[in-house]
Design a protein around this ligand. Structure first.
Ligand SMILES: Nc1ncnc2c1ncn2[C@@H]1O[C@H](COP(=O)(O)OP(=O)(O)OP(=O)(O)O)[C@@H](O)[C@H]1O
Ligand SMILES: [Mg+2]
Length: 357
């Protein structure tokens, strides 16, 4: 990692809570993220990821608790926090009629840069995110989902942040675009020592990218550690048994209680955790045979974050498969770009307004 200026790049939270009516969206979150880390915040829909990002980026006030970002209190020193951070929120709110350069220049000017400085910065950032060879006249509304994400990333980098918040940066992207964003994020972290706080619903993304992961479910952190630590907690090896019917999987789950106390069933599969898997296979097969349950397949694997997730939340993380990303360019969402003060005020008003179903 390159030498850095020693400025504070940490993120902390203590008993952080945010309720919407009676619903606790973030329910007592404690964090201590040292500078220079890639921290992955993993959770299903509605877990509280975006709410937490909005609190840490000063868009939303917490109901209780305390958080600091870059050493500053998010509630009392919001301006200082915003100078130190970059944010790409989940709903990309690019003005569809503006070009990438126009958007970047405008964003730089919101941070007080002169016209010429802003133009130079825009060119550099387009190179950084790999959009420099796109037709300069192309408007953001005509960008693909992956290009919009890259542009949004560039916008978040305009003020040279030392901490970057990315809320689901690759949701809806095809695998190649996703890998492109991962490379970019890793480079920003390695070359600039940027702390990166990213939320994701993708286990693979958290596994591949994050130095440390927290799994959030219903507003609470239910597990945390490095990807390897989390996997080791589940067991050393996994035997996956596949069945033709869910009922057979449920019967097998019950029948194998004595042989494999550490196990979980999900759909047609039962996964059993052992120190050494192969040694247990003959006994497993005999037990299933004895119970008259027909096995369709058996594989031995290393535990994955899926196993961790299933264990701590009691459910599998559903993978969204929507490929091409958002092709439509709607009007800019109020909380699309939260770094400029005017944009932030609009975002704050929108975010603090409770939506009643
Ligand atoms: N402005 C709001 N008004 C009312 N409820 C809200 C508001 N924002 C979030 N919530 C509720 O808070 C909970 C957490 O939402 P949040 O957006 O933080 O989840 P998330 O983990 O980001 O989900 P996703 O993966 O779908 O983006 C949900 O139950 C959601 O309905
Ligand atoms: Mg979200």
């Amino acid at each position: 990692m390159a030498e850095h200026d020693g400025e504070d790049r940490t993120i902390t939270a203590e008993g952080l809570r945010r309720t919407f009516g009676a619903v606790p969206a973030v329910d007592g979150v404690d964090l201590h993220i040292p500078g220079g880390r890639i921290f992955g915040f993993l959770g299903p829909n509605g877990a509280g990821k975006s709410t937490l990002v909005k609190i840490l980026t000063t868009i939303l006030d917490p109901t209780a608790g305390k958080a600091t970002v870059a050493g500053y209190d998010v509630q009392r020193q919001g301006g200082k926090v915003r100078e130190a951070i970059g944010v790409a929120l989940q709903d990309v709110g690019l003005d569809p009629l503006m070009t990438a350069r126009e958007l970047l220049v405008l964003q730089s000017q919101l941070f007080g840069k002169s016209g010429e400085e802003a133009r130079q910065k825009a060119e550099r950032l387009l190179v950084t995110v790999g959009l420099d060879d796109v037709d300069p006249k192309k408007r953001a509304g005509a960008y693909s989902g992956g290009m919009k994400r890259r542009l949004d990333l560039a916008l978040a980098l305009v003020n040279d942040p030392r901490i970057l918040f990315l809320d689901e940066p690759t949701t809806g992207l095809d695998p190649a675009s996703r890998v492109g964003i991962w490379e970019e994020v890793r480079r920003l972290n390695e070359e600039l020592g940027m702390t990166i706080f990213l939320t994701t619903q993708y286990l693979e993304e958290a596994d591949r990218l994050a130095d440390e992961i927290a799994i959030i479910d219903k507003g609470k952190i239910v597990a945390r550690g490095t990807p390897d630590e989390l996997k080791r907690e589940v067991g050393d090896e996994v035997v996956e048994l596949q069945f033709a019917q869910c009922e057979e999987a449920a019967q097998a789950y019950d029948a194998l209680a004595g042989i494999a106390p550490n196990r979980q069933a999900s759909g047609h599969d039962v996964r059993l955790y052992f120190g050494r898997a192969a040694e247990n296979v003959p006994e497993l097969v005999r037990a299933l045979d004895g119970a008259g349950i027909r096995l369709q397949g058996l594989t031995i694997e290393q535990p994955s974050l899926d196993d961790v997730f299933l264990r701590v939340t009691g459910q599998a993380l559903e993978h969204e498969v929507d490929g091409a990303g958002d092709a439509t360019a709607g009007p800019p969402a109020p909380d699309g770009l939260a770094s400029g003060e005017p944009a932030r005020d609009a975002a704050l008003a929108a975010a603090n307004e409770e939506v009643t179903p």
